[in-house]
Design a protein around this ligand. Structure first.
Ligand code: GLY
Length: 420
């Protein structure tokens, strides 16, 4: 079987690595891939959002299975391009990917389907936003409607922060077309849980539990990032998992089918567990990064058959077996991240990290320059440790991370802290 992985980050490296472990996959392509993936896949210089070019490439090579890492190609309709050519791709159609592509669509969908979610108003200018803030009160959350590279959400806890958001969203128009419509949403308190499932349009298969660490600094200080680390598993009360499935996930999959947008792919729900029960904050239409780097190594089964079942609508009674071991991922980021990140710094010590038992290193933003591996963006490497417990996995990840060097490397020192 020939497989194609779309994307070039550490999440995609983890997917390619798992596909390379078995499941009938003989050849792997990655577009565009990265130097770390080059050892297990043929990297082709096609951008992840070049949806037509990717479909033509997959068609010409008779690729049997394509899996998409990032959200942008899905929101742009890569699944539709592949379906038109009779190619198997795991990921929602453009219409179904609206669950991530438009926060306004999702909010209105939740209201239509009775899915619990914080109340909100849709606004498009400063006056409407001011009226919404007055009605909802502070704290309040501003959310750009469209994709904004993870930067479109701002929590405002005071009048001064609301003023700041007004400038960013309605004067500077910082989010371009993605910010033409904005949700002004009630800020609900509680514990935030990420919940990832596979869905085949009708059936749902939950993936192993995971937690990511969003802020750049220890103790969840500093600005938001794509994620600075992850662990799997994490304690998740069975009753809470059942409530999230019953109140959010199942009604979403059923509602999307009923509305003529059957959802096939990964559905990632960002949920706030409030005193009144779980409430949907947002959906992603793809696997989390770096959650995938901690979850995928724990999958006992081969990945390809599971993905093919999703695409074929045959998830049915399928189960996924997870290893009892834990995994922890520490993201090594470049100087400046999550702002402008320094590039071109040589990376050393990967061999020492990889020589440690159970350790995996997935490349994120790396490049080859004159034959040397160098940094090429914000989240450079995901170092994954595995062990019998989360704390053993975390220790293994940090010991390996300490052997990897590049100028002004930054990483959190508290991934998995407090977990046994
Ligand atoms: N780690 C969060 C995300 O992938 O959106």
């Amino acid at each position: 079987m020939r497989a194609l992985v779309v994307g070039g980050g550490a999440r995609e490296h983890a997917l390619a690595w798992k596909l390379s472990q078995g499941g009938g996959v003989d050849e792997i392509y990655a577009a565009p891939g990265n130097p770390g993936m080059a050892g297990i896949a043929t990297c082709v210089p096609i951008a992840a959002d070049a949806t037509v070019e990717l479909a033509e490439f997959a068609s010409s090579l008779k690729v049997d299975l394509t899996v998409v890492g990032p959200e942008l190609p899905l929101v742009l309709g890569i699944a539709d391009e592949f379906a038109r050519r009779g190619l198997v791709l795991v990921g929602p159609s453009r219409a179904a990917a609206e669950l991530e592509g438009s926060k306004v669509f999702t909010k209105e969908f939740c209201l239509r389907q009775g899915i619990p979610t914080p109340r909100a108003r849709v606004v498009s200018d400063r006056d409407q936003a001011a009226a919404a803030v007055k009605a909802i009160g502070t704290p309040v959350v501003f959310k750009a409607d469209g994709l904004a590279a993870g930067k479109g959400v701002q929590v405002c806890r005071s009048g001064a922060e609301v003023d700041d958001a007004m400038v960013r969203y309605f004067e500077e128009r910082s989010f371009g077309a993605a910010g033409e419509r904005v949700l002004v949403e009630e800020c609900v308190g509680g514990e935030e849980v990420s919940f990832m499932v596979l869905a085949d349009g009708a059936s749902v298969l939950p993936l192993a539990s995971a937690r990511d660490y969003k802020r750049v600094g220890d103790g969840d200080e500093g600005p938001n990032t794509g994620g600075m680390g992850a662990v799997s598993p994490v304690p998740l009360e069975p009753a809470l998992a059942t409530a999230i499935l019953r109140e959010i996930v199942y009604p979403t999959v059923a509602g999307m089918a009923a509305e003529g947008r059957p959802y096939r792919g990964v559905l990632y729900a960002g949920v706030m567990v409030t005193a009144a029960g779980p409430q949907l904050l947002e959906f992603n239409c793809r696997l989390g990064d770096p959650e995938t780097q901690a979850v995928i190594p724990r999958l006992e089964d081969d990945l390809a058959p599971l993905l093919r079942a999703v695409a074929a609508g045959e998830l049915g009674a399928q189960r996924a077996a997870w290893k009892r071991e834990a995994a922890a991922c520490v993201v090594l980021a470049a100087a400046g991240y999550p702002g402008a990140s320094r590039r071109g710094d040589p990376i050393t010590g990967l061999g020492d990290a990889l020589a440690r038992p159970g350790v995996l290193v997935f490349n994120g933003a790396t490049a080859l320059e004159d034959g040397r591996l160098v940094t090429a963006g914000g989240r450079v490497l995901s170092v994954v440790g595995r062990g019998a417990t989360v704390s053993a996995a975390v220790a293994a990840a940090y010991e390996a991370a300490a052997t990897v060097r590049f100028e002004d490397v930054q990483y959190r020192r508290d991934i998995g802290r407090g977990l046994a």
